[in-house]
Structures are given as C-alpha cells and as structure tokens.
Ligand binder design. Structure first.
Ligand SMILES: NC(=O)c1ccc[n+]([C@@H]2O[C@H](COP(=O)([O-])OP(=O)(O)OC[C@H]3O[C@@H](n4cnc5c(N)ncnc54)[C@H](OP(=O)(O)O)[C@@H]3O)[C@@H](O)[C@H]2O)c1
Length: 250
C-alpha cells in the first residue's frame, strides 16, 4: 500500500528522544502531524517532552526503554503500539559516543557503544519490523554519522558502530524495499551541538574550544532532514543523507 507524503496521523517511534537530535525530531514530526512515540531511559524528560508536544496540539506518548535490553524494548514498543497504534516509521536514533584512544583498551566503553549503537538498533528493528513486513509498508530511519563514512582518531570503535549502521541500512533496503514496501534511510550528521559528550567533560571542553567561532549543526537541522526523508513520495527512498556544518572542515 502506498505511504502518504504527509505525516498526518502517521505513528512514528523515535528512540533516544530524551535529548538532542531525538527530542528535536519528536517535536518536528509532531508539529508536522505525526503521533510520536518516544523512548529513552530518562522517563521524566520524556514526560516533559510529551507534555510540551500535547500542549502545542500534537500527540505524543512516552515509554521508557533501555535500547541495550531486548526485553525492555519489547515492553516499550508494546506500550506505544497499544496507545498509538501500529508504528509506521521508526527513527533509530539512540546512541552513545566515547572518545577513547584505542591503545587505552577501554573495553567497557567499546561494549557500551556496541550494545547501544548496534545491538540497540537491532533490538528495535526486531520488534518493529515484523509488523511493517506484515503490513507491507513502513519507513526505517537509522541515525548514523559522518563517522560512518570516515573514522577519526579516538573514535575507531564509535566509527565502527556507525559503519555497521550504514551497512545495515543498505542491506535492509535490499531485503525489505521492493519485496516488502519498506523504505530505509541512513542519516549521517556531522557535528551537532547536543549532550553526546557530556559524560566526558575534558573531551567536551576540548571540542567546544576547537569549535569556538565556528557554527555547529543544531538538533533541529538534523530533524528537518529526517522529516524530508519521511515525507518523500512512496516511490522515492532517500537512502543516505550526509549533513555537515558548513564550518566543519573534516
Ligand atoms: N551530536 C553529534 O555530533 C552527532 C553526530 C553524528 C551522529 N550522532 C548520533 O545522533 C544520535 C543522537 O545523539 P545526540 O547527539 O542527540 O546525543 P544526546 O543528546 O546525548 O542524546 C542521546 C540519546 O540517546 C539515548 N540513549 C543513550 N543510551 C541509551 C540506552 N542505553 N537506551 C536508550 N536510550 C539511550 C539518550 O537517552 P537516555 O540517556 O535518557 O537513555 C538520549 O536520548 C546518536 O546515535 C549519535 O551517535 C550525533
């Protein structure tokens, strides 16, 4: 069945919506008429976001989920579908980044990035995609990164997780596109001002200093590209979108 170009009444699940790109995407899509289901671990923030969206006349529902746990993801998706109905589009956005030189051998940080950025994406896909396959329609947006095209020092493992997302997006297009009517988009932002590095104050300060006088992307800039992909005509799959700050030289 053909998917509409507008978002009115479409149910969109946005993961990692308690901050940054996810929160901006939920707001943007709700403003465009989507009923948004939002997940993350910090429930209070999600509730505040939903209240704000509903106060503006939109529809939103929150369910807490740890992306690294398949059981937690199953419960959250069931809650959201119970309230809003079958999910038309999934924005796989939840992610973590630790800048750590490989020689420091920080297996804990590597594991966390793999658990959220790769396994978390697969967990949501495994719960949400069967319904899309059954209905022969749906849109999956994976939030990758410019680091999924080109690694940089201190981010070998983070980049590897985003290369994985990109490969997954490409493979999903091949397997779910013409056979099941599901569109797949890999969004690849450059540097966006968010809380992504906030648990690494020394690194964050250094990054902030290096961006002094240069314009970064804002979460809303990425949200607009996600809206663009979701509202393209049904026969058009926006497979990849690389969006960088004009002032980013890498
Ligand atoms: N900022 C950038 O420059 C940039 C560039 C390229 C790509 N990206 C990608 O964009 C996505 C969003 O990042 P952001 O920049 O908006 O960062 P952010 O402000 O730190 O937001 C990250 C979101 O992911 C959620 N999250 C983290 N671990 C989770 C877990 N275990 N289970 C569920 N949710 C989890 C967080 O929610 P809770 O902590 O409440 O769970 C939060 O809502 C990530 O995939 C990131 O890799 C960011």
């Amino acid at each position: 069945m053909t998917q509409p170009t507008d978002l009115n009444g479409r149910v969109v699940l946005v993961t990692g919506a308690s901050a940054g790109i996810g929160a901006a995407t939920a707001r943007t899509l709700a403003r465009a008429g989507a009923a948004v289901g939002v997940t993350a671990r910090r429930t209070e923030r999600l509730e505040t976001l939903c209240s704000e969206i509903e106060a503006g006349g939109g529809t939103a529902f929150a369910a807490s989920a740890d992306a690294a746990s398949l059981d937690s993801v199953r419960e959250a998706v069931a809650e959201i579908e119970g309230r809003l109905g079958p999910i038309d589009a999934l924005v796989n956005n939840a992610g973590v980044m630790t800048i750590t030189p490989f020689a420091e051998n920080d297996v804990e940080a590597w594991t966390r990035m793999v658990d959220v950025n790769i396994k978390g994406v697969l967990h949501f896909l495994s719960v949400v995609s069967p319904g899309m396959i059954e209905r022969e329609r749906g849109h999956i947006v994976n939030v990758g990164s410019v680091a999924g095209r080109r690694p940089f020092p201190g981010a070998a493992v983070y980049s590897a997780t985003k290369f994985a997302t990109r490969a997954l997006s490409w493979g999903l297009h091949l397997e779910l596109g013409h056979t099941h009517g599901i569109r797949v988009t890999d969004i690849q932002p450059g540097y966006v001002e968010t809380e992504l590095l906030s648990d690494q104050p020394v690194t964050k300060d250094a990054w902030d200093a290096s961006w002094e006088g240069r314009r970064t992307l804002q979460p809303e800039d990425v949200a607009r590209t996600i809206e663009f992909a979701l509202t393209s005509p049904d026969h058009v799959t926006v497979s990849e979108l690389l969006v960088r700050p004009t002032d980013q030289p890498t």
